[in-house]
Ligand binder design. Structure first.
Ligand code: NAG
Ligand code: NAG
Ligand code: NAG
Ligand code: NAG
Ligand code: NAG
Ligand code: NAG
Ligand code: NAG
Ligand code: NAG
Length: 586
């Protein structure tokens, strides 16, 4: 019995939306030289007392704005912009500017169809139409007796600050993007009226970028924690810690979201072509316990003549967290396992890695000695606990830690024929849940405060939202270093699957999935808002656990129908991965 719900038409819509986005992102950028209004300045520096604001043309129809207090930005702040941009002006400009504007000063610049107007210290952005008319997109929010549009608080910090930046919005404006959220009881992809918490955890991958129905895209190029508020008349970014507030804005005709995506990916990177095999069926479950199970599984796919592209080994195939190798007791011969899987099915393999390191891991002491683990402001530097042990995170913001991690992954898996990696739990700050104990049955869901994590690049408050992206980069660099001996390419031989990312994550040989979902119809519907919002944030390389992660009961009619519905959505997503759950973890 098929229920004829609005869900089926929504599912159809999402499939079409994803296909269109994939096609769009794959097309070459238009040559913006033809009839393009080249910027008439390298940039502005507004010197406003202790504050300074740099405004520069960057990328197609875009401006980058950087604001800081007490000192100029260093130019080395963590950034997701690609420089040079793929198209458009502004390459390698540093903090170049040919105009210095004083307190309460005025200036106007144009790049392509975007005009920025600085009037008595207040910024406004306009789209220029072909007939030369200007339409206001947004401006810094001013009013009598309101917080300044660029508001800074220094608290006890001298080298950084908290900031709140406010921009005008209209009550009927629609806002799309802001990454993946397991939220939205209204089942809407329009974020107007919502507050989006900029903090990462399982299924929550907020990305500080959005598209407006008024025909602009705004991207806050900063990995700080905080929130984005889309209130009726004001859009406000609040970040807990920053050294520079850095944002980028671009424009297109209202409704031309494809153009906004093309311009946005010109400055944050484009999706490389995935390998053919990853587009086939991916078999995954929580979990396979040993090599024999994998070989039996491959034999069964072979015997039943079911084509399979990827076979995935989930967590705790290691002995201790942070070993980044198989437990030899259950996985004695990965080389012959991978070879046999290939021979029987043609499938590639993927293995899970967690960023957590426990004291008993072989890597714990060397990583402590070399300073490759994240620490905390207070206490012994523990970020989280799982399954009864305390854990620290590999500090993937440190290039030396990325190299260390990749070396282990290469030795244990890649060089043995297991080429694809599943980056799990690397949301940053903790190993997963927002504020609760995770994974230890007796005290599961007990609340605790998040540790005040500190990394090579700064605090969790300041750079934490980029932790997953930098962790992805360890795998990306590893792949590229091993496979690009003959120079860079725009295609991938292997892929990582990741639970989190940051803006620009689309440029990696990687795909995002929506985390641990519950097997329920309302959650299936909610996956649509999650997936469309991710795609509207530049990332179409997305999928989910077909059937949901936990709670599916295929012994009921409802459970069977849910699975079939979820499967029929999953077939049309860029990646098709079933991930069933059995209660036994160990
Ligand atoms: C873009 O146009 C410029 C100037 O017309 C030309 O030199 C350049 O080769 C073109 N680039 C592409 C990719 O077509
Ligand atoms: C900026 O423009 C305003 C009016 O448009 C004018 O009153 C003001 O003097 C100008 N500021 C400077 C520094 O020229
Ligand atoms: C740049 O061009 C715009 C649009 O033509 C104009 O309003 C503005 O004054 C120009 N700015 C400079 C610095 O030349
Ligand atoms: C110029 O174009 C805009 C946008 O297409 C339109 O709203 C406006 O009416 C036009 N103005 C004139 C004077 O034609
Ligand atoms: C592999 O794991 C399965 C499931 O736990 C178990 O039934 C089987 O005995 C194990 N086989 C070996 C060889 O360890
Ligand atoms: C399985 O893959 C082979 C080789 O690509 C293809 O010829 C065959 O049609 C596929 N079988 C099914 C059932 O899709
Ligand atoms: C990739 O190679 C570069 C250059 O040799 C090196 O600096 C970097 O650490 C390597 N990355 C990884 C993850 O091994
Ligand atoms: C990866 O492993 C292979 C085989 O052991 C080795 O030749 C290569 O140097 C390793 N590369 C890295 C970056 O560890």
């Amino acid at each position: 019995m098929w229920r004829n719900t609005p869900l089926s038409s929504l599912l159809f819509a999402i499939q079409i939306a994803f296909l269109l986005l994939l096609l769009t992102l794959g097309t070459a950028a238009t040559n913006i030289s033809d009839g393009y209004f080249q910027p008439n300045s390298t940039g502005i520096k507004l010197q406003n007392g202790f504050e300074r604001v740099f405004i520069q043309p960057f990328g197609p129809h875009g401006f980058r704005v950087r604001a800081s207090i007490m000192r100029d930005p260093t130019g080395n702040e963590p950034s997701a912009l690609v420089d040079p941009p793929i198209t458009g002006p502004g390459a390698s400009a540093g903090l170049a500017h040919d105009l210095t504007v004083p307190f309460k000063g005025n200036a106007t610049l144009r790049n392509g169809n975007l005009v920025i107007d600085l009037s008595q210290g207040v910024l406004s952005f306009f789209r220029v139409s072909p007939n030369g008319s200007r339409t206001l997109l947004t401006s810094e929010y001013t009013d009598t007796k309101t917080l300044p549009a660029r508001y800074y608080r220094q608290d006890f910090r001298a080298g950084s600050f908290a900031a709140e930046f406010s921009f005008t919005s209209e009550a009927d404006e629609q806002i799309y993007g802001v990454g993946q959220q397991a939220c939205c009881k209204d089942n809407s992809v329009n974020k107007k009226g919502q507050v989006v918490d900029l903090i990462n955890y399982n299924s929550h991958v907020p990305l500080p970028v959005f598209m407006s129905s008024k025909g602009y895209l705004q991207f806050f190029n900063m990995p700080g924690q905080g929130r984005l508020e889309f209130s009726p008349l004001r859009t406000r970014l609040a970040v807990d810690e920053a050294t520079t507030v850095d944002y980028w804005i671009t424009t297109a005709e209202p409704g031309d979201y494809d153009a906004l995506q093309e311009q946005f990916t010109a400055v944050t990177g484009r999706q490389p072509t995935p390998p053919d095999f990853i587009l086939g069926y991916q078999q995954s479950k929580l979990r396979y316990f040993n090599e024999t199970q994998i070989l039996n599984l491959a034999q069964r796919f072979h015997d039943e003549q079911v084509n399979v592209s990827l076979i995935v080994v989930d967590f705790f195939a290691w002995k201790f967290q942070g070993d980044w190798s198989f437990n030899p007791e259950f996985w004695p011969d990965p080389v012959s396992m991978a070879a046999k899987v290939k021979e029987l099915t043609g499938a590639e393999m993927m293995v899970s890695l967690w960023p957590s390191v426990e004291d008993l891991s072989v890597n714990y002491i060397p990583m402590q000695e070399q300073g490759l683990l994240a620490t905390t402001r207070d206490g012994p530097g523990v970020q989280d606990s799982f399954a009864g042990v305390y854990t620290r995170l590999v500090d993937s913001t440190n290039p030396a830690a990325r190299e260390f991690l990749w070396k282990r992954l290469n030795d244990s898996y890649f060089s043995k024929g297991i080429h694809n990696f599943w980056i799990d739990q690397a949301d940053g700050g903790t190993i997963g849940e927002p504020f609760e104990n995770n994974g230890q049955d007796t005290i599961n869901s007990l609340p605790y405060s998040r540790s005040f994590a500190q990394y090579f690049l700064g605090t969790q408050e300041k750079i934490g939202k980029m932790y997953p992206w930098l962790h992805q980069q360890a795998i990306e660099e590893g792949f590229r270093n091993l496979t690009e001996a003959s120079g860079p390419t725009t295609s991938c031989q292997f892929m990582s699957l990741t639970r989190s990312t940051f803006v620009g994550g689309q440029k990696f040989c990687s795909y995002l999935w929506s985390g641990d979902t519950s097997s329920r119809f309302d959650v299936l519907a909610q996956q649509i808002t999650a997936g469309v919002s991710v795609a509207a944030s530049g990332i179409s390389s997305w999928t989910l656990d077909i059937g949901g992660f936990s709670g599916l009961n295929v012994d009921t009619d409802e459970g069977r129908e849910l699975f079939v519905r979820w499967l029929s959505m999953g077939v049309f997503l860029p990646y098709m991965r079933v991930h069933g759950f059995v209660l036994r973890l160990f």
